[in-house]
Design a protein around this ligand. Structure first.
Ligand code: NZQ
Ligand code: ZN
Length: 389
């Protein structure tokens, strides 16, 4: 196991009704800015729960944060923070709202000229406003990590800072009952791939991280299809435990714990971000396209962990090494397809013409040595994308 430095400061309030308790987490007297997306929280009653819970505070709101949050709309929130003297940010929604809020937290106190430099030049974040989140879409893990991904034009870029970990996050599984099938599926696939990025590398004698990762994968495989089958049902007939287990799995998939002391990959995500920026695909759709082909291309270096994954996650024990690895890749693709997330670029109406653009974007963003060995160069990325057509 490698050395590591681990601290996760995010307090988690988990379970039905916990939104009512956010007053225990936001300092009295704070001026709060509530940030949200395109309106799902108004339709499903979460907004009203938040309004009730904030009744003792002076609070303001900033809605309209889109999926894959945009720099310009977040800068609008920064203006509001400055104009109203806001001192606490509350994100209510999915990963896009949480990520966007983290950027607002850092940008509002940024001392340089241009807050975009936090992403484009990785300008250091030295101060940030405190924030909390109320999560309504289990997927990204943003509710308990220091990552944020923001888009400006064709640049979808990430930053990470310990200063933007949420101080608290509310995970109430009942808020996820209104998710459409596409978002339930996206969430399960995203969480699954987060685990894979930290698990499917090479062995370093870290059985705790491995088994923890495998338990998350198995839970997502078992519970994901059940949540999909419940989509659209009235709240009374929803399976609370299914939603609860998916929600907790998604948080643990990327609260950084399982990645401590082990190598990490993240090439699927980096290639995937270019697919979103260029073609507008959902984040999870890009991961479902890239991962099976990346597994194929990296068989030589990931072989030992692929065999472990095949046996422990999919129960594959027949055949020689290559046959077992191939079967595990096929099972992975099949799982994404069963979750109704398509795994080929052509399924989204695009063809080979996109590959040059995607490779050029990777080059422009310096994504030329990806993966746990830094061996996914532009030629390998091209090979992965061509196989994904
Ligand atoms: O905008 P509203 O109206 O709220 O609707 C949203 C949005 O249209 C809807 N939604 C959310 N909760 C709902 C709901 N609809 C009905 N009922 C509910 N309870 O779902 C749609 C998608 O929301 P979004 O926040 O975009 O999805 P997700 O949570 O998948 O976030 C994706 C973003 O997170 C980034 C992705 O790149 C992408 O930009 N990521 C962030 C990471 C992190 N911070 O660690 C890691 C990830 O790998 C990822 O890159
Ligand atoms: Zn992701």
């Amino acid at each position: 196991m490698h050395n590591f430095d681990y601290q996760n400061p995010t307090r988690i309030l988990f379970g039905q009704g916990e939104i009512a308790n956010i007053g225990n987490c936001i300092p009295q007297g704070s001026k709060v800015l509530v940030l949200y997306g395109g309106g799902s929280i108004k339709a499903n009653g979460v907004y009203q729960q938040v309004a009730d819970a904030l009744s003792g505070y002076q609070w303001f709101e900033h809605g309209g944060i889109s999926p894959n949050p945009k720099y310009e709309e977040l800068m609008g929130a920064v203006d509001k923070v400055k104009a109203e003297g806001i001192d606490f940010l509350l994100a209510v929604g999915g990963g896009s709202v949480a990520d966007g809020t983290k950027f607002v937290a850092a940008a509002a106190l940024f001392e340089g000229e241009e807050p975009w430099d936090i992403l484009a030049k990785q300008a250091p974040v030295t101060r940030a406003l405190p924030l909390g989140t109320i999560l309504t879409l289990p997927a990204t893990g943003s509710e308990a990590n220091g990552n944020s991904v923001v888009t400006r034009g064709e640049d979808k870029l990430a930053f990470n800072s310990p200063l933007v970990y949420p101080q608290f996050s509310v995970l109430d599984p009942t808020t996820t009952y209104t998710l459409p099938a596409r978002q339930v599926a996206n969430g399960v696939v995203d969480a699954f791939v987060h685990v894979m990025e930290q698990y499917l590398t090479y062995p370093v004698n870290a059985p705790i991280q491995d088994r923890f990762a495998e338990s998350l994968l198995l839970t997502l495989i078992e519970e994901g299809p059940k949540a999909l089958a419940d989509v659209g049902k009235p709240a009374e007939t929803q399976n609370y435990d299914v939603r609860a287990n998916i929600m907790w799995a998604a948080t643990l998939a990327l609260n950084t714990l399982i990645g401590k002391g082990v190598p990490q990959d993240w090439a699927t995500h980096m290639i995937g971000h270019e697919l979103t920026a260029t073609l507008g695909l959902d984040h999870a759709q890009t991961l479902a396209i890239v991962l099976p082909n990346l597994m194929q291309a990296q068989k030589a270096t990931k072989g030992a962990k692929m065999l472990q994954y095949a046996e422990r996650v999919w129960g594959i024990s027949d055949g020689d090494d290559d046959a077992r690895i191939e079967a595990a890749i096929a099972k992975t693709r099949d799982f994404f397809e069963r979750m109704q997330v398509k795994t080929r670029i052509r399924d989204y109406g695009h063809g080979g013409e996109v590959v040059d653009t995607l490779v050029a974007q990777l080059e422009r963003h310096g994504m030329v040595k990806l993966g746990e060995h830094g061996d996914i160069d532009l030629a390998r990325s091209r090979q992965i994308l061509e196989a994904a057509l």
